[in-house]
Write a protein that binds this ligand. Sequence first.
Ligand code: NAD
Length: 291
Amino acid sequence: MLLLDGNKLSALIRKEIQDKVRLFCQNDVRPPHLAAVLIGDNPASQTYVRNKIRACDEVGFASTLIKKPASTTQEELLHVIDNLNRNPEIDGYIVQLPLPRHIDEHAVNLAIDPAKDVDGFHPFNFGKMALGLPSLLPATPMGIMMMLERYHIETEGKHCVVLGRSNIVGTPVALLLSKKAKPGNATVTIAHSKTCNLAGLCRQADIIVAALGIPRFLKADMVREGAVVIDVGINRIDDPTTNRGFRLVGDVDFEEVSQKVSAISPVPGGVGPMTITALVENTWRAFSKKS
Ligand code: NAD
């Protein structure tokens, strides 16, 4: 069984980006600059943003964290976004989700300059992706595609079952897997909460991407011998034996499923770090397009 090690692969790709920064950003050329906007004090969001900023710092990017209280109004947030759009020193930025309920996520997304949209959520970038045009791709699906490519997992002609149809993971990864590209050219089934005979569908899959947000949902009896499994899920489950009182598990029952598959990504240490690496890569791309 091949472990699709997102930490190891991320270290390699980030080193490649760091080398490009060192080579390109000498003398008068400033390094790429990522900003992250964090609204409120959701602990998971704080951790994600911290890890993103740290990854940028490690490769030699500049980074700025803009922290605002949960009471921030939509108008105030749109003002922050407008400033980021206008700031020539900022190459890309993210607005960490989820946002407080009183803020319309769609309105925020629409306000982001597509050229700085390193999360790839703006409809302009999403549309370009759907048309197969070069664009800033959503970070998690892009990280998954990088993982498949770098680990030489063949997708052409394979049947992929994607569990979940969200706008940030399930739908875009299904689109990318089915594109006439490498990796891509797969036959894709998108499964969701209303899908019938999900276990039977999964058993037909050569590749399963699990992105439903249900801890250890995918069991060994739902997986064909030799399949490839990509676990996107990040779920906190209680664990009094740890200092934090919880631990992270994926949407796949790793202990069971890993006995049966040819390759599997772990949680933590799989798609999570690849998502951050894709964000770093997108920031590099947004920067180098301007330079
Ligand atoms: P979401 O809640 O937006 O979407 C979940 C999807 O799963 C929905 O489309 C729903 O129809 C489907 N679903 C729910 N129950 C189902 C069932 N019983 N059978 C089949 N489909 C079912 O979630 P999301 O934002 O796409 O995230 C999914 C998981 O991935 C979460 O655990 C999240 O934390 C994780 N995630 C990880 C990363 C990363 O960087 N690794 C990034 C984003 C999300």
